[in-house]
Design a protein around this ligand. Structure first.
Ligand code: SAM
Length: 281
């Protein structure tokens, strides 16, 4: 099934407007959720879906009347829904809208809502992941969809203690490239937190001398940090660019991280279904 079958309706709750590039994102995450939730159903007792920047569950595509389901509701509309859902958003109104939609369309689902900054509320989020035992095996999938690079590597580190795959929208161009002149300032710690590194400025200076571009530098350093948590280095070969509507330039990259080959089997299938051209960092 593709996103075209997941058209939603106006319901007088919060519906932000997004560029049509977001449809590519929704298509990819829906396809991945479908493969993961069905493929893992018989192998794990509990499959947990975590959405750290969940939003309200619907969006309107700019310059159209099209309303679509977004990440949290897409994760509920797969053929074999997850056993538990954990949704976090900093905006209480988004969570209220999401809660109302889920009450209406998925009232039986096991759902926990966390209002606030996911980085600050990580303890609360972690407490909601069911404990793992031989009898009660738990596999989680975490989708991370921020507007910018305002994501703390420490959050990923905490979550990586669990059996967990990540799909992360990296705003390498949208935020990194546009604002590097700000972030290079020692008083600005966005990249320090995103990479979990305080010495990145020195590394960037060296990389720049070798004519490495910033997007590739950030992608490499972030992947190295994920590899240090046990994730597979091949992640970097499987980033998918999400392009802007007007200029066809990559705004974001969707990056998948797993500690296991099977995760990449699913992601590569999704990537092959995608019409997006190759990475070209
Ligand atoms: C790009 S939207 C993503 C929405 C949704 N995932 C989708 O599929 O369209 C980012 C969302 O993250 C929320 N947000 C921003 N900063 C956050 C933070 N630090 N912690 C949790 N949510 C945050 C915003 O309110 C917004 O709803």
């Amino acid at each position: 099934m593709s996103i075209n079958t997941l058209i939603a309706e106006e319901d007088n709750l919060i519906i932000p407007t997004v560029g049509n590039w977001a449809e590519t994102k929704y298509d990819l995450i829906f396809n991945y959720n479908s493969l993961f939730s069905t493929g893992m159903k018989k192998l794990w007792r509990k499959r947990v879906y975590i959405d750290l920047y969940s939003g309200s569950g619907k969006a309107k595509i700019r310059n159209t009347d099209k309303i679509v389901y977004t990440s949290p509701l897409l994760a509920m509309k797969v053929k074999d829904p997850f056993d538990k859902y954990i949704f976090c958003d900093i905006d209480e109104k988004n969570i209220e809208s999401l809660r109302a939609r889920i009450k209406k369309e998925h009232s039986k689902a096991d759902v926990v809502y966390v209002v606030g900054d996911c980085n600050e509320h990580i303890d609360k989020i972690i407490q909601e992941i069911p404990p793992y035992s031989k009898e009660n095996t738990v596999l989680s999938f975490c989708f991370i969809d921020p507007y910018s690079l305002k994501l703390s590597f420490d959050t990923l580190k905490r979550l990586s203690d669990f059996r967990m795959d990540f799909l992360i929208l990296l705003a390498l161009c949208m935020d990194g490239k546009r604002n590097i002149n700000l972030y290079i300032d020692e008083n600005h710690d966005r990249i320090d937190k995103f990479l979990g590194l305080s010495d990145w400025r020195k590394k960037w200076e060296e990389a720049e001398k070798k004519r490495t571009n910033l997007v590739k530098f950030l992608a490499d350093e972030f992947t190295k940090q994920m590899v240090s948590l046990g994730y597979k280095p091949e992640a970097i070969d499987n980033f998918i660019p999400i392009r802007s509507d007007e200029k066809n330039l990559p705004l974001y990259y969707l990056a998948f991280f797993s500690k296991h080959e099977r995760g990449y089997d699913f992601w590569k299938k999704v990537k092959n279904l995608s019409t997006e051209p190759e990475l070209g960092l």
